[in-house]
Design a protein around this ligand. Structure first.
Ligand SMILES: Cc1cc2nc3c(=O)[nH]c(=O)nc-3n(C[C@H](O)[C@H](O)[C@H](O)COP(=O)(O)OP(=O)(O)OC[C@H]3O[C@@H](n4cnc5c(N)ncnc54)[C@H](O)[C@@H]3O)c2cc1C
Length: 503
């Protein structure tokens, strides 16, 4: 006699639900059934539009053709994020994907750059990043550099329409056997003995039973919080923004291959170019800015005509105390929220899926699996929080919101990183941390957090030698960028979305 299949139920059909469904449909064999329950009446948040390069690994693992995906989701390419006004009004810097500079032997590049900067012979840090230079020039290419073998490939991510993304993954998942149930969940029934979730009851009394449940119900967190009371760790004291308003605007000719995050007096505003429109939104602290003022600021700072009324969203920054409790794993907005400053939410869904697949339980869940999952997931959340917080703390802006950010008592993990940087220009990364040393470097320098010292080996060359070393790469980058096609031309050639997307 064969065992009956293990029943996995995904509650929710936003980006999180359909990403889970696509991956489980692709990787789980006949020993499992996968059912997704979503409510058309409730709908999805639908503003997750900017990503980081790891999404390409997800697409590759699923076997998704990249150009097909770009066409279907109205996507554009993304080489990094430009931060405007975060140090002080008028300042700007880029957190570009990929490497910055070239290490010399054991010495990380930035020590040489800091030496050159002190001696007045270094160019701006961004000149040493191919992604930064290509982004600023509005250019895009894939694959190896064409003009110099020492230059790296450019890592890239996408901006895409989150609604179209969910629809794309739905087609993918349903073609691989995932069953979709449409209906509103009105009750979550737990097993009297084990306390596990056993059944979701829908508004027309249909019942969906399962062995393992993925809670992808967004901010509602129906299973993990309403039913299981996993608890929420509130990080508002560190990251006080608690509201957003999103509005699409007409596409402009300037199809920038990067996200822009512009600081304003009580938060920041995003700009995300898609093929058929531009996504915009304002993130703000309701203690420092009224909804009406936020709406005015958002609409006054669009570079195309608005295509809809601004849509308000409310959130509390933080995460569940337990992301896997009983037989429920919270993924996506049900697991917590970090403002989209570094476009991390969709990546966190992806890494949660990887963890679920690696630590997939059988019919019953061992506590050690849950503990390991929660250890990894909370570590990821906490370190991304630190990185986002870094953007806020070293500002030189005058407004009350920004003054308060400078005075915030920091988490110990961030304090330790900053102390190490300040004393020695060293950046350490524990192996499960998402953001690399180079990511931290660009934000540290971009925010004007200069260390007291750099590595003593960087004092060894003469100033002329350092100047010569620092002169080469920006020139190579500029030559490489000059032969790249423009971003819009690149899309037109390889992966233009059908015209009807614009409708
Ligand atoms: C302002 C803002 C900007 C963002 N920008 C980015 C970004 O640039 N990049 C990025 O990576 N991420 C971003 N995010 C995060 C991103 O939007 C989410 O992580 C992502 O969309 C996943 O959402 P979700 O699927 O968890 O939730 P949702 O999209 O809210 O989906 C929830 C699902 O649950 C279903 N549901 C809820 N209750 C019930 C019920 N009772 N019965 C049945 N079904 C139910 C709904 O129908 C829906 O299908 C942003 C988020 C916000 C708030």
């Amino acid at each position: 006699m064969t065992n009956p299949p293990i029943r996995i139920v995904i509650a929710g059909g936003g980006s999180a639900g359909w990403m889970c469904a696509a991956a489980l449909g692709r990787f789980l064999g006949a020993g499992f059934t996968v059912t997704l329950v979503e409510s058309d009446d409730i709908g999805i948040v639908g503003v997750g539009e900017a990503t980081i390069p790891q999404i390409r690994l997800f697409n590759q693992a699923l076997g998704i053709d990249e150009d097909d995906f770009v066409r279907a989701t109205g996507a554009t390419f993304k080489l990094g994020i430009e931060f405007v006004g975060w140090g002080a009004p008028g300042e700007r810097y880029m957190h570009a994907f990929g490497n910055v500079g070239r290490d010399s032997g054991l010495l990380a590049f930035h020590h040489s750059w800091l030496r050159g900067h002190r001696d007045g012979v270094a160019r701006p840090l961004g000149d040493y990043s191919l992604n930064d230079q290509a982004a600023r020039a509005g250019r895009m290419q894939r694959g190896p550099a064409r003009t110099a073998s020492v230059l790296p490939d450019m890592p890239y991510a996408f901006h895409f329409d989150a609604g179209l993304y969910a629809a794309y993954l739905r087609r993918f998942a349903e073609a691989r056997g995932v069953a979709r149930v449409e209906g509103r969940i009105v009750e979550v029934v737990r097993d009297g003995e084990s306390g596990d979730v056993a059944t979701l009851v829908l508004d027309d009394d249909r019942r969906v039973e399962g062995d393992l449940f993925l809670d992808c119900t967004g901010f509602r967190a129906l299973l993990i919080e309403d039913a299981l009371a996993a608890g929420f760790e509130d990080w508002t004291h560190w990251l006080p923004c608690d509201r957003a308003m999103a509005v699409p605007s007409a596409r402009t000719d300037d199809l920038t291959p990067y996200t822009r995050a512009s600081a304003h007096r009580a938060g920041w505003q995003w700009r995300i170019p898609l093929q058929h429109r531009t996504g915009n939104g304002i993130v703000y602290s309701s203690r420092h800015m009224s909804d009406a003022a936020a709406r005015d600021h958002l609409l006054a700072n669009l570079d195309g005509v608005p295509l809809a009324e601004p849509r308000p969203l409310r959130f509390t920054t933080g995460r569940r105390r337990e992301l896997w409790k009983a037989n429920v794993i919270a993924i996506g907005l049900a697991s917590g929220f970090l403002e989209p400053l570094e476009s991390t939410s969709i990546h966190m869904i992806q890494s949660a899926i990887e963890r679920v697949l690696k630590l997939l339980p059988g019919r019953s869940v061992a506590q050690s699996l849950r503990d390991e999952y929660n250890r990894q997931a909370t570590f990821e959340y906490d370190r991304i929080r630190d990185f986002i917080l870094l953007h806020y703390i070293a500002n030189r802006r005058d407004e009350r919101f920004w003054r308060e950010r400078r005075e915030t008592a920091l988490p110990d993990t961030l304090r330790a990183k900053l102390d190490l940087w300040q004393a020695s220009a060293q950046i350490t990364r524990e192996h499960e941390e998402l953001f690399t040393e180079v990511g931290w470097l660009q934000v540290l320098i971009g925010q004007g957090i200069m260390p007291d010292r750099f590595h003593p080996i960087a004092e060894t060359p003469s100033t002329d030698q350092i100047a010569e070393f620092l002169d080469i790469l920006p020139k190579l980058n500029a030559r490489e960028v000059a032969q790249m096609p423009g971003h819009a031309d690149f899309i037109a050639r390889h992966c233009a979305a059908p015209r009807e997307l614009a409708a």
